[in-house]
Design a protein around this ligand. Structure first.
Ligand code: 6R9
Length: 651
């Protein structure tokens, strides 16, 4: 193997868990050993957190890998577990959701309220002819009806497919068609960046020639005018609000399909990742309890992800509600009406646990630490990160400026396909290292291997694989078992290929290095994008960086870096050139001369997917002077124009 360079492994800062948190933590360090000694017994005990109407006769059936069956023969109702049982236990008056609309309107929904709403919606869906095994597409903004719609589907055994509200008509059309959805639930619109954004018109375009869709149910949110197809379209408030708030939940098999969620991946048509009921809910609930140390009586939890992503499914809907949590749900963007919106929300609701993405943290870093400093954030006790590697400097910034230099940070690694968190520190146990996701959770087995599947030593980069099945694993790609096997299980038989690069440091702790496809090969050295980006972000003037390998006649690939400067940094051109030189030298001292970017380009923004991940593919096109590839999944389509015009001006 070629040499792998490393600067992340030089990270020496350590943060012990706060003594008070450790003393009262939900999960202690002994759980790792207990789970390792008897993995299935461990998951058996975690499944007992849920309420089942019939016990399972086998914990795991792995007789036909990679098609797992967990808690075989067990029966449960997922919505009952997320709602009814908390009411039955006397917690009906506990707030389930503090909802905050972008324009400032709010709603407080208790578990008893949620039970009434979910029951009404379940009755309404049943009356529309939706039943067990039918698919329902949900295309909604971040409003409570989104949660209610998901739970109502779960309650009647319909399989939901949530499509992110920012996706185009074509994206929605292909997902509705692939799943064969019978019903679409949408809204007249939602609020983003201070103005209503339409959704219904997109649905109209998406289902125009689709025969599988019988009805479109529309939530009134903005009051905008919408086109109406008589007989097909129905108002939510007309069908749901008039339905009975009593609904007897039926129980379903542990392997009953709960939801399909499409991931775009790098190539090909989106994959409809299928998750089922018992194993999924078990791991979502366990990890939410263990990783965030959730105390349902006292914590106020806030996951900022959109329900259109898996993080919204597992850590806004199923995990927290299964655990009876009180949470905040926010409709809009962090800079509306101003850049202090999130901190104001945290202060107002006394949020104790915040779960967000590195892209948000780096944006706040760019905006400046004076903004959060104006708010009282002392209620926070655990901070989470998900979605991308978090650079050590962003991690430190998050801890100091949001966490008051006190809160543990849990950097949680997982995927749509894994269904729930797989690798993360435990806040009461782990002495964390900024930038490292640390260890697989109890009950989870992963390894770092070379292309032939042999484990690599500490300090060497390789492919991250899961070596044992886990309860919330994807069961298949909807309608395409063969693609499921080929994509994830064929290269290294018996092991699940994550597609991510990783390495263990000298202590055996895990560092995620980004997607394997993004690794650069410079003069025979493997260099990870994550490492060079972290070196750049460790420079005081840099808020965010993305690097790509561009074809280079001498070195094979040359490193091209795109950087966003921190709030007050000048964008003057001669200064830009001097800064580029300084940043190249900085990377050389941090990692080594070989990792020095060939070019450093200051940009106002980076191309990101709608879930906030940097799209290096497009930057590679720019760096190699190619026409841009598919830009339809970009969050903001003007970003590439800004980058290209900046390039020609600066060249
Ligand atoms: C949950 C989610 C999955 C991909 C995954 C990896 C990246 C997620 C990460 C992380 C480093 C973390 N990723 N969490 N990389 N550290 N803590 O994001 O699911 O949208 O399917 O993306 O995201 O590359 O393979 P999904």
């Amino acid at each position: 193997m070629s040499t792998t360079l490393s600067n992340l492994l030089h990270e020496v800062r350590r943060f012990e868990p706060p003594a008070e948190l450790a003393a009262a933590a939900n999960v202690g360090g002994a759980e790792y050993d207990t789970a390792a000694r008897d993995r299935l017994g461990f998951w058996h005990r975690q499944a007992l957190r849920l309420s089942w109407t019939q016990p399972w006769r086998e914990i795991l059936d792995w007789s036909n890998p990679p098609f797992a069956k967990w808690f075989v023969g067990g029966r449960l109702n997922v919505a009952y577990n997320c709602v009814d049982r908390h009411v039955a236990a006397g917690h009906g008056e506990r707030v389930a959701i503090h909802w905050e609309g972008e324009p400032g309107d709010t709603r407080t929904i208790t578990y008893a309220d949620l039970l009434g709403e979910v029951s009404r919606a379940a009755n309404a869906l049943t009356a529309l002819g939706v039943g067990q095994g039918d698919r329902v597409a949900i295309y909604l903004p971040m409003i409570p009806e989104a949660v209610v719609a998901m739970l109502a589907c779960a309650r009647i055994g319909a399989t939901h497919s949530v499509v992110f509200g920012g996706f185009s008509a074509e994206s929605l059309r292909s997902r509705v068609a692939d799943a064969g959805a019978k019903l679409v639930i949408t809204a007249d619109g939602g609020y983003r960046r201070g103005k209503p954004s339409p959704l219904k018109a997109t649905v109209d375009a998406a289902v125009a020639d689709d025969t599988s869709v019988e009805h479109v149910v529309v939530v009134r949110r903005t009051g905008a005018e919408v086109d109406w197809t008589q007989g097909r379209d129905l108002w939510w408030h007309e069908v749901v609000d008039t339905a009975s708030p009593e609904h007897e939940p039926e129980s379903f098999d542990a392997e009953h399909p709960l939801f399909i969620l499409y991931t775009s991946g790098t190539t090909g048509k989106p994959k409809g990742i299928l998750h089922t009921s018992g194993g999924y809910l078990t791991q979502a609930a366990y990890t939410h309890d263990a990783v965030f140390d959730l105390k349902p009586e006292t914590d106020v939890y806030w996951c900022t992800a959109d329900i259109g992503w898996v993080t919204g499914h597992s850590y806004l809907v199923y995990g927290p509600l299964a655990n009876g949590a009180t949470q905040v749900m926010y409709e809009g963007t962090p800079d509306t009406p101003d850049r202090g919106r999130w901190w104001e929300v945290i202060e107002r609701y006394g949020v104790t646990i915040l779960y967000t993405a590195p892209t948000a943290v780096r944006t706040f870093m760019k905006w400046g630490s004076d903004i959060p400093a104006r708010h009282d954030l002392s209620s926070l006790r655990v901070l989470g990160s998900v979605g991308e590697p978090i650079n050590p400097e962003a991690w430190i910034w998050y801890r100091e400026n949001i966490g008051g230099n006190r809160t543990p940070i849990v950097d949680t690694w997982w995927q749509t396909e894994t269904g729930a968190i797989m690798i993360s520190p435990l806040p009461g146990v782990t002495a964390t290292k900024p930038g490292s996701a640390m260890d697989p959770l109890p009950g989870i087995a992963v390894d770092v291997v070379d292309r032939n599947g042999n484990p690599v030593g500490n300090g060497e980069g390789g492919r991250l694989v899961a070596t044992e099945p886990w309860p919330s694993m994807a069961r298949t790609i909807w309608g395409d078992d063969e693609r499921f096997v080929r994509t994830y299980w064929s290269d290294l038989p018996g092991r699940y290929l994550t597609g991510d690069g990783a390495k263990r440091d000298q202590d055996g702790d895990l560092w995620l290095l980004g997607r394997i496809d993004d690794v650069m090969l410079v003069s025979g050295h493997n260099i990870s994008t994550a490492e060079v980006e972290s070196a750049l972000v460790s420079h005081p003037r840099v808020a965010e960086a993305a690097v790509v390998g561009a074809a280079d006649a001498t070195t094979g690939q040359g490193i091209v870096a795109f950087v966003i400067l921190r709030g007050d940094a000048a964008r003057d051109e001669s200064e830009g050139a001097a800064l580029a030189g300084e940043l190249r030298a900085h990377v050389a001292t941090q990692i080594g001369a070989i990792a020095k970017p060939r070019q450093v380009i200051v940009v106002p923004e980076l191309p990101k997917t709608r879930s906030g991940k940097i799209m290096r593919r497009l930057l590679r096109d720019v760096a190699e002077n190619r026409p841009l590839g598919d830009v339809t999944t970009l969050q903001d389509s003007s970003v590439m124009d800004q980058i290209s015009s900046g390039l020609s001006a600066g060249a």
